[in-house]
Design a protein around this ligand. Structure first.
Ligand SMILES: [Fe+2]
Length: 244
């Protein structure tokens, strides 16, 4: 079942719970003059996500399809969306270079590090964050108007949880990382020499809401949450903690 829930004025969270994986996959819709969808969901989820968007607006009215990095749950349905609506794909410059400029059946908008753009009343800012959460092409989108950081795989939680929470998501993510040791999901969010600085840069935005793809969006002091996440990741994966 796929549901759509308002998490802030004009911002919706679309959720599909995949029971076999014990994992939610969330996309975010920002209503504005040029509506934006952040994450497409996988190719196989397209119809369900489109129908959920359709509960709020005509899916054909989307003008932006944005995502953090090139991965099936972030952008697997990108080309279906580009065929559905006259939208542009928006991703990092690295993402466009490595995958999206060739992959996309439509216009690709490269977002530079720190670039601001408007979709109407919402002013958005893109930050390039290579290898955070993972992938050379990774970036984060921040909605300056609503104070929402779309944080992709950061603050990942398992289970069929509520759309939002005021409880910190760092401990649930730590439990997931530790239970993934020596599995194929090990090093899901790697610790690199730049990880703390990149998380500090996101924390400096002082988000009021951190909207993860997997689990509840954290409502509260986003800066403290992201700094706690950095400390946790260093404890789990930092120098001397793990063999490479
Ligand atoms: Fe990912």
């Amino acid at each position: 079942m796929t549901t759509i829930t308002a998490i802030a004025p004009d911002v919706f969270s679309i959720c599909t719970f995949v029971e076999q994986a014990d994992l939610q996959f969330r996309q975010f819709l920002i209503l504005d003059d040029e509506p934006l969808l952040y994450h497409t969901g996988t190719r196989r989820m397209f119809e369900r996500v489109r129908d959920a968007v359709g509960e709020v607006i005509d899916p054909k009215s989307l003008r932006w399809i944005a995502f953090s990095h090139f991965e099936a749950d972030e952008c697997g349905a990108l080309n279906y969306w580009l065929q559905e609506a006259p939208a542009q794909a928006a991703c990092s410059a690295n993402g466009a270079l490595v995958s999206v400029a060739d992959f996309a059946f439509g216009k690709v908008r490269e977002l530079g590090d720190g670039e601001r753009f408007s979709i109407g009343s919402h002013r958005l800012r893109f930050l390039a964050t290579p290898h955070l959460p993972h992938g050379w092409d990774a970036g984060h989108l921040y909605d300056e108007t609503s104070g929402i950081l779309f944080c992709s795989d950061l603050l990942h939680q398992v289970g069929d949880v509520a759309a939002t929470t005021t409880e910190s998501c760092v401990a649930p993510m730590r439990a997931m990382l530790e239970s993934s040791r020596d599995t194929r999901a090990d090093w899901y969010v790697p610790w690199t020499p730049q990880t703390r600085a990149r998380l500090e840069r996101l924390a400096a935005l002082q988000p009021r809401l951190c909207a993860t793809m997997h689990g509840s969006a954290y409502v509260g002091d986003g800066a403290a949450e992201l700094r706690a996440l950095a400390t946790m990741l260093e404890e789990v994966y930092g120098a001397g903690q793990r063999d490479a």
